[in-house]
Design a protein around this ligand. Structure first.
Ligand code: GPK
Length: 817
């Protein structure tokens, strides 16, 4: 055999049509027949829709296969109930997971269309506020990637998270209409519709049976979105409910000339799924919110029960075939809803129903903030859900009977365990209901889980000592490394091969490269190139020029006092003052970026946004500072913005008051992309430190225990501020209007708060934080040391893949692996 014989391919390639050409004609065909436009008339949105519809065909086939396979295997299914899914864009995710990105880019290029450009116009599906909602989205992706049959259940909000505009530095909230151009990803399932009732009364019938006749009802209609796993291995369903009136128009009223009244029911129903409450870590407390919670919980439980009975026949085996996870307490009423269906419809005895319910549910807690614990005024709960109120009482009676038998549980503990808060206005405690109704209750990072046992759930934990467990959060490395940082992904592939894409734990193969000078150079070049890309965006969108060789120091997350954006701003002001006072010193150039939304009713959070903007305005315009310090507050932070910013970060700010951030997940995204963390011993920062190593992270400040001690010991910010010249100078400058000459007293109250209570221990941590920042400068100026640490961060962050997290849930809570 000759060489030329070996080399010759068996078929002549010239005759076959390249895949991209076939794909291009498929896209044009979709454009013409589905969108109704030809290539000449098509606008970018039309190309986007045509591309998605074309890709969808393959997704649908895999989707059906996945569903059939689970059915044929009689598999147990996972149901993730969440009032929030912060999905972001789907096109790049689906293309990348199906490994079609290059092919589609090529096909579109032959049509004169730039894939990157049409990816940019896809709206973010922002059906969530922050970390909790994004976690749900990462979990959906990992469930599919691990080939686990799973459904996400939530609400199809017409208006998701608001769009943030800054007017002279003040946050303005504008509605975000993500459905304006239609949503090519969703499938309306008119056949999957359920009756959801509210109000009315409960009557007793024969043989102790009860009958609830609701005063009003809406129909819940399913909209399904495919969730594509890595390599398209599996496609799961995200099922979002839309509310619809049964009787969309009252014709008699309409004919009588009452047009508005005729459409009342429709409007009332639609209002239910119209908007996401833009609160993060604080309950909304309004009746509409409780209606939303019950609406989606009821529809989801009905759907789950229907599927189980259809596939398996016997309702008593529900817990063997269904694991329902409650994402925080927002769906906790599902516990009472399942009890209602098991007892009122399937006529199971109460105790049997209770055993099934507890075996089916798991509950995840996401915060210890006492103000965030959801509870509903009892009269409201009873008026809206009279049958559920009875069930809650019955569960409570059983719970308190059990509790009273346990040694060491006294009257105080009983009151704390009770599902009803009897102190003052009586309220239904949703966290206690979720805890009692679940076989597993988990926290989201090791410290958080320990604090759950010691604080909010101390008494329930004494009653059920085996129930609380930890599942440290994770992030999907597909979106948060491969898709958002193609440069780094390619470099990693060259160094360690492609295996890390299938198993993020394999990133540890990168460890030896930290000591390879030429690799460090290439790694630094990728980071620099990402910084240039971000700088271009900031220049175009905000008109601000950034120096890509400065440290990119970034704090992006919801604005919350406990997250301490204010600490970052005050330290910026202190640094500004130092540079001005000592221009002769060799300062390390920095870019400080902030971004995040504030709940519309959160006064201090909005004031902190304004302060960041005021500080930026003054510093950026100061000729004495030049390029040494630039500050920007980037408007309208969302998932897509995070994907743009995180790959360009050098320094990740994770500076919450210790004990207050349950986990954090942004912290994981930054470290995975090679940023070093400056942070407190809080949430998952602790575990990040354990993984990346003490030399590769900047830890500062009080521990959670020390914070608790200080709070108990009459700590006063005033005393600390008096003892720190730098801090006093910065606080006084802000308080006296240096940054707000148009309204000198604007920040007086905010700064007074630091003197008077300083609940978040900003003053207490300031000096340690400022010192850590100077350590950052020193390390930055030793490029080898910085580069080594950055690489070791990437190498050791694989454990924080949401595949690992979901694997733990699957084995230890759901029993599906
Ligand atoms: C916690 F309680 C809540 C909430 O209402 N919203 C929310 O995003 C976050 N969270 C925590 O604050 C983060 O520490 C955590 O990483 C995230 O949930 C996911 O668990």
């Amino acid at each position: 055999m000759t060489d030329s014989q070996i080399a010759a391919p068996p078929t002549a390639p010239a005759a076959t049509v390249p895949a991209s050409t076939a794909l291009a004609s498929a896209i044009v065909d979709t454009l013409v027949h589905r969108i109704g436009k030809d290539a000449q008339a098509a606008r970018p949105h039309d190309w986007l829709a045509a591309t998605i519809f074309t890709l969808r065909n393959e997704i649908i086939e895999r989707w059906m296969e996945s569903t059939k396979a689970a059915h044929a295997a009689g598999a147990k299914r996972v149901y993730y109930l969440s009032l929030e899914f912060l999905i972001g864009r789907l096109l790049r995710d689906a293309l990348s997971n199906l490994r079609h990105d290059d092919e589609v880019a090529e096909a579109l290029a032959t049509l004169g269309v730039d894939l990157a450009q049409i990816e940019e116009i896809e709206p973010d599906a922002a059906l969530g506020n922050g970390g909790l909602g994004r976690l749900a989205a990462c979990f959906m992706e990992s469930l599919a990637s691990l080939d686990l049959p799973a459904y996400g259940y939530g609400i199809r909000y017409v208006n998701g998270m608001f769009r943030q505009r800054l007017d002279d530095g003040w946050q303005m909230e504008l509605p975000e209409n993500w459905l304006a151009h239609g949503n090519p990803w969703e499938f309306e399932r008119r056949e999957s519709a359920y009756f959801v009732g509210f109000g009315g009364e409960v009557t007793s019938a024969a043989e102790g049976r009860v009958h609830w006749s609701p005063a009003e009802a809406v129909e819940a209609v399913a909209f399904d979105t495919p969730m594509v796993g890595w390599r398209g291995k599996r496609v799961n369903t995200l099922r979002l409910w839309n509310a619809r009136a049964f009787d969309p128009i009252k014709l008699d009223q309409f004919n009588a000339g009452d047009f508005k009244g005729a459409l009342d029911g429709q409007l009332r129903a639609e209002t239910l799924t119209r908007v996401l409450y833009p609160n993060d870590s604080t309950p909304a407390g309004q009746e509409l919110r409780l209606r939303q919670e019950y609406f989606f919980s009821s529809a989801s439980i009905q759907d789950i029960v229907r599927r189980h009975v259809q596939y398996f026949g016997d309702i008593r085996t529900l817990a063997d075939k269904a694991a329902i996870q409650l994402n925080d307490t927002h769906p906790a009423v599902a516990v009472a809803e399942l009890m209602r269906i098991l007892t009122d419809f399937h006529e199971l005895p109460f105790d049997v129903a209770w055993d099934i319910t507890r075996a089916t549910f798991g509950y995840t807690n996401h915060t210890l903030l006492p103000e965030a614990l959801e509870s509903w005024p009892l009269p409201l709960f009873e008026r809206l859900l009279p049958r559920h109120m009875q069930i809650v009482y019955a569960i409570n009676a059983k719970l308190l009977r059990e509790a009273s038998k346990v040694e060491g549980i006294d009257g105080r503990a009983i009151a704390a365990i009770s599902l009803i808060d009897e102190g003052g206005e009586r309220r239904v405690r949703m966290a206690n209901l979720a805890f009692a109704g679940s076989h597993s209750v988990n926290g989201v990072a090791a410290l958080h889980t320990e604090l759950m046992k010691k604080t909010v759930f101390a008494d329930l934990h004494r009653l059920y000592p085996d129930r609380i467990n930890n599942k440290t959060n994770g992030i999907t490395p597909r979106r948060w490394l491969q898709q958002c940082n193609p440069g780094l992904t390619a470099l990693l592939g060259e160094a360690i091969g492609p295996d890390f894409q299938d198993d993020a734990a394999k990133l540890t193969a990168l460890v030896p490269f930290a000591d390879d000078a030429s690799f460090r150079e290439r790694f630094a070049a990728v980071k620099r190139s990402n910084k240039v890309t971000l700088s271009t965006y900031i220049k175009e969108s905000m008109g601000l020029t950034l120096d890509p060789d400065a440290i990119f120091d970034i704090q992006i997350k919801r604005i919350h006092e406990y997250k301490r954006q204010l600490l970052g701003i005050i330290e910026t002001v202190a640094l500004y003052d130092q540079i001005r006072s000592h221009p002769e010193r060799r300062w390390t150039p920095r870019v400080k970026l902030f971004a995040g939304k504030a709940a519309s009713s959160y006064h201090n959070a909005k004031l902190i946004i304004k302060l960041a903007n005021d500080v930026a305005k003054r510093i950026n315009a100061d000729p004495a500072i030049g390029d040494l310090l630039k500050v920007a507050f980037v408007p309208n932070y969302n998932v897509s913005m995070a994907e743009r910013i995180i790959p360009a970060a050098d320094l990740s700010e994770q500076i919450s008051t210790a004990g207050m951030e349950a986990s954090g997940t942004g912290n994981m995204k930054f470290a995975l992309n090679g940023a070093l963390t400056i942070g407190t011993l809080d949430g998952a920062n602790i575990e990040i430190k354990d993984h990346v190593g003490d030399d590769n992270i900047f830890i500062f400040g009080l521990t959670a225990d020390e914070v608790a001690e200080k709070r108990a010991g009459g700590y006063r910010g005033r005393d600390v501020i008096a003892g720190s010249a730098e801090l006093a100078q910065a606080v006084n400058a802000i308080a006296s209007g240096v940054f707000s000459p148009d309204d000198p007293s604007r920040y007086k109250g905010l700064m007074d708060g630091l003197y008077d209570h300083d609940w978040f221990m900003l003053a207490a941590d300031f000096d340690a934080y400022a010192a850590a920042q100077r350590d950052v400068d020193a390390k930055w100026n030793d490029a080898d040391s910085w580069g080594r640490s950055a690489i070791l961060n990437v190498a050791n962050m694989g454990w924080f893949s949401s595949d690992r997290t979901i694997g733990e849930y699957a084995k230890q809570i759901w029993g599906v692996m």
